[in-house]
Design a protein around this ligand. Structure first.
Ligand SMILES: *[C@@H]1O[C@H](CO)[C@@H](O)[C@H](O)[C@H]1NC(C)=O
Ligand SMILES: *[C@@H]1O[C@H](CO)[C@@H](O)[C@H](O)[C@H]1NC(C)=O
Ligand SMILES: *[C@@H]1O[C@H](CO)[C@@H](O)[C@H](O)[C@H]1NC(C)=O
Ligand SMILES: *[C@@H]1O[C@H](CO)[C@@H](O)[C@H](O)[C@H]1NC(C)=O
Ligand SMILES: *[C@@H]1O[C@H](CO)[C@@H](O)[C@H](O)[C@H]1NC(C)=O
Ligand SMILES: *[C@@H]1O[C@H](CO)[C@@H](O)[C@H](O)[C@H]1NC(C)=O
Ligand SMILES: *[C@@H]1O[C@H](CO)[C@@H](O)[C@H](O)[C@H]1NC(C)=O
Length: 206
C-alpha cells in the first residue's frame, strides 16, 4: 500500500515535470494591442489573430499596449457583447492594468489562462465602449492541454473535516487526506479544476 502510494506520487511528479511547455501568445502579434482613435480602427484584426492560435490552460496572453487601452477579461458572453462591464459580477470579469494617470504610457499586461472553455477579452477604452465596438475585442476557447501548472493552481485549502476510520491516522506525512463533505453528491467536474485534481488524487490513492 505504502509503496503503491509512493509509486503513484512519483508518477504524478514525473507527469508534472514532463508536461508540455506552455505558450505565451503576444496578442495581435507585432501589431500589439492598440487603437487609433483618430480613425476608429484597431491595429489589427484581433478575431483573426485569435482564430489562428491554439490556447490551453496555463498559457499566457501578453498584451503589448499603452494606457490608452485596457484589458478586460470575462467569462460572461453578455458582458462581452455589451462592450461594458458596469453590471458584471466580480467573479467572472477582471480588469487588468489600467489606472495609468497619463495617456499613452507604455504598458505590458500579462493574463494567465486559468479557466477552460470560452474566455472573452475587450478594451473598455474610449467613450461608451467605442474601442470594443471598433475591433478591440476577441474571444478564445481554452483547451485543457496539459492542465494548469502548479504555479497557477493554488486554490484556497478546503475546509478541514475530521476523517473517520483508522486509516487516516496512518497517512504518511504529505499525503492529501480527502474527506467528502456530508451530504455532498461528489466532486465538482468541469470548470472546477480543484475538484478534478482531488478526484484524480483519490483515484490514484485507492
Ligand atoms: C511567459 O510569460 C510568463 C509571464 O510573464 C513568464 O513568466 C514566462 O517566463 C514566459 N515564458 C516564455 C517561454 O517566454
Ligand atoms: C468613432 O465611432 C463612434 C461611435 O462608435 C463615433 O461616435 C465617433 O464619432 C467615431 N470617431 C471617428 C473619428 O470616426
Ligand atoms: C495563420 O497561421 C498561418 C500559419 O502559421 C499563417 O500562414 C497565416 O498567415 C496566419 N493567418 C493569420 C490571419 O494570421
Ligand atoms: C452576465 O453579465 C450580465 C451583465 O453584464 C448580467 O446581467 C448577467 O446576469 C451575467 N450572467 C451570469 C450568468 O452571471
Ligand atoms: C447596468 O445597470 C444599470 C442599472 O440597473 C442600467 O441602467 C444599465 O443600462 C445597465 N448597463 C448595461 C450595459 O446593461
Ligand atoms: C460566479 O458565482 C456564481 C454564484 O455566485 C456562480 O454560479 C458562477 O459559476 C461563478 N462564475 C465563475 C466564473 O466562477
Ligand atoms: C492616447 O490618447 C490620447 C487622448 O485620446 C491621445 O491624445 C494620444 O495621442 C494617445 N496616445 C497614443 C500613443 O495612442
Amino acid at each position: 500500500m505504502g509503496t503503491a502510494i509512493t509509486a503513484n506520487l512519483t508518477a504524478i511528479a514525473l507527469l508534472i515535470a514532463s508536461a508540455a511547455a506552455y505558450t505565451n501568445h503576444t496578442v495581435g502579434g507585432d501589431a500589439g494591442w492598440f487603437f487609433e482613435s483618430a480613425t476608429n480602427t484597431s491595429a489589427t484584426d484581433y478575431s483573426s489573430w485569435a482564430a489562428n492560435q491554439t490556447f490551453s490552460l496555463g498559457d499566457y496572453l501578453i498584451f503589448k499596449t499603452n494606457s490608452n487601452q485596457t484589458v478586460i477579461q470575462t467569462y460572461n458572453k453578455t458582458t462581452y457583447q455589451n462592450c461594458d462591464f458596469d453590471n458584471a459580477s466580480d467573479n467572472d470579469t477582471f480588469q487588468y492594468g489600467g489606472g495609468g494617470e497619463k495617456f499613452g504610457e507604455a504598458l505590458t499586461t500579462v493574463v494567465a489562462l486559468t479557466i477552460e472553455g470560452a474566455n472573452y477579452f475587450f478594451s473598455s477604452g474610449g467613450e461608451d465602449g467605442v474601442q470594443c465596438q471598433h475591433g478591440m475585442a476577441f474571444d478564445i476557447k481554452v483547451a485543457h492541454g496539459a492542465g494548469l501548472p502548479p504555479s497557477l493552481n493554488q486554490p484556497p485549502p478546503p475546509p478541514y473535516i475530521e476523517p473517520p476510520g483508522p486509516d487516516s491516522a496512518q497517512s504518511p506525512p504529505g499525503t492529501v487526506v480527502i474527506a467528502q463533505p456530508p451530504g455532498s453528491g461528489g466532486f465538482g467536474i468541469g470548470t472546477d479544476v480543484r475538484g478534478g485534481l482531488c478526484a484524480l488524487l483519490l483515484l490514484l490513492l485507492f
